[in-house]
Design a protein around this ligand. Structure first.
Ligand code: KIV
Ligand code: NA
Length: 267
């Protein structure tokens, strides 16, 4: 099947649900791309799920580019989106373009950044530079400290209006899709109806144009996954059992077996 591009994604609205998943390295990107997934997001969630940080704030461009290049070398059919990390786009439009450009040079097909109305001009500048942008509204983990943590969004009337306003600003600015995170499902539904670009939801209900989950949450690798994620496997158990078997066999001398070593014939 043909490589997915941003036009492919845009045309899926009202036709076919968009399935997106994160991946952070060559192996996981190769594997998830065999499933027919539409979008691979190299998310800054990598800081939490792969590097053990408590928030995504410590993630920087170096970390993102290392993971992005690893994913890009898998040459996925899926659209590869690079997540703009904290402080890579907030300080100035110039810096935003430069950093998003580095993402593209490293193999991203598009970038994602958190924020709505406040980043309208930034998104416009990126699009002007030829960089496709995915928006991200509702819960913005990079700014969670302002609202006292990873809280549900779209709860008050004021919040609902702001979320809709953010979505419209992003559409005006030229995004090709919008992630809606952890909002009341009816708010995501309204946004989905009100904007012409596809919405891709996480924890925001079924009435969106697509869904996204974090690789480690989906596979049951995360110790305490968020309530809105679903575990389609228990890889923690599989990995623990496999490594435990290995450790036991080393201790007992069962591994390595004859087929795992050689004895060179002397002449
Ligand atoms: O970093 C990430 O994984 C994300 C998704 C949750 C949308 O931004
Ligand atoms: Na993110």
């Amino acid at each position: 099947r043909a490589k997915v591009n941003v036009k492919t994604i845009m045309k899926m609205k009202n036709r076919e649900k968009i399935a997106a998943v994160t991946a952070y390295d060559y192996v996981s990107a190769k594997l998830v791309d065999l499933t027919g997934v539409d979008i691979i997001l190299v998310g800054d969630s990598v800081g939490m799920v792969a590097h053990g940080f408590n928030t995504t704030l410590p993630v920087d461009m170096n970390i993102m580019l290392l993971h992005l290049s690893s994913v890009a070398r898998a040459q996925p059919r899926a659209l590869v989106v690079g997540d703009m990390p904290f402080l890579s786009y907030e300080t100035s439009i110039e810096e935003a373009v430069r950093n998003a450009g580095l993402m593209m040079k490293t193999g991203a097909d598009a970038v994602k950044l958190e924020g709505g109305l406040e980043y309208e001009e930034t998104v416009k500048a990126l699009v002007k530079a030829g960089i496709p942008v995915m928006g991200h509204i509702g819960l913005n983990p990079q700014r969670a400290l302002l609202i006292g943590g990873y809280r549900k969004r779209g709860v008050t009337e004021k919040e609902r209006e702001k979320i809709l306003e953010d979505a419209k600003a992003l559409e005006r600015a030229g995004v090709f899709s919008i992630v809606i995170e952890y909002t009341s499902a009816d708010v995501a539904k309204e946004v989905t109806q009100e904007v012409g670009v596809p919405t891709i939801c996480i924890g925001s209900g079924p009435w969106c144009d697509g869904q996204i989950l974090v690789f480690h949450d989906l596979l049951g690798l995360t110790e305490s996954p968020p309530p809105f994620s679903k575990q389609y496997a228990n890889l923690r158990e599989i990995i623990i059992n496999a490594v435990k078997s290995y450790v036991d066999e080393v201790k007992s001398g069962k591994f390595p077996e004859e087929k795992h070593y050689f004895i060179e014939k002397k002449d």
